[in-house]
Design a protein around this ligand. Structure first.
Ligand SMILES: [Zn+2]
Ligand SMILES: [Zn+2]
Length: 238
């Protein structure tokens, strides 16, 4: 079956995410946009994934719990998991490696924990905008050890990206594919070090108006998180 997808978006738990980006609003917008497979990937946390997955399920969407991890090198990496328990165990591993300082809501923004009915459960006080003490060469194997997958985010950006921070793609990092922004210059795909690297495009929405209409598709044997992860592990090949 052919399913539209976008696998990188933020809720109001990300300090830079709009406060209208509640998990319930986000799921509703994804459904309106015609997306069928979606993932919530807040910075260094999976705290709103239970609410997002529940809300998405009500709209008939296949939702994966995830996180946008910031590595020690300031590289953003999208990590996706087959289910909430796996994602939450990974969250615990990451949390123990975050800087031991609190968030400053006035500077960074509030970090709202929500339920799936638009109720605020609380405010995350840990500083989520920093880098975890996890190296970029270790992320893919680490995510895999939780049954998940990892791929570098928005590699065509200069800030917080693999190419921006390291300057090159190294197959030894183990990533099966790379993520581009919708505005990636065509020339980037032709870089010699990216030869053979499969790409997907994600919206990285921080605000509700950044959710795109369905525009890319995956072919899956069945509509399950495991099938999505397998498709990604194969570099987006069916
Ligand atoms: Zn990012
Ligand atoms: Zn992001």
């Amino acid at each position: 079956m052919r399913l539209s997808f976008d696998l990188h978006m933020h809720s109001c738990l990300s300090p830079c995410g709009g406060e209208d980006n509640t998990p319930a609003n986000l799921a509703a917008m994804c459904a309106l946009a015609g997306l069928q497979v979606v993932a919530l990937t807040d910075h260094n946390t999976t705290g709103n994934c239970p609410a997002f997955c529940a809300a998405a399920q009500r709209h008939g969407l296949l939702a994966l719990p995830g996180m946008e991890l910031t590595t020690r090198e300031d590289v953003h990496v999208v990590c996706l998991f087959p289910d909430l328990p796996a994602a939450q165990r990974f969250d615990g591993y990451v949390r123990a490696r975050l800087p031991n300082i609190g968030n400053d809501p006035a500077y960074w923004g509030r970090q709202l924990l929500m339920d799936d009915g638009d109720n605020i459960l609380g405010e995350e006080t840990a500083f989520l905008a920093g880098a975890a003490d996890i190296g970029v060469y270790d992320v893919h194997a680490l995510a895999a050890s939780y049954g998940g997958i990892a791929f570098p985010a928005h590699i065509d950006r200069s800030a917080f990206s693999l190419l921006g921070a390291l300057g090159f793609w190294d197959p030894d990092m183990g990533f099966p594919l790379a993520e581009l922004t919708p505005h990636c210059p065509p020339a980037l795909r032709e870089r010699p070090d990216l030869k053979g690297v499969p790409f997907i495009v994600d919206c990285d929405a921080h605000y509700l108006n950044q959710i795109p209409d369905a525009h890319q598709y995956m072919d899956l044997p069945e509509p399950t998180a495991h099938a999505v992860l397998d498709w990604l592990r194969r570099g987006g090949r069916s």
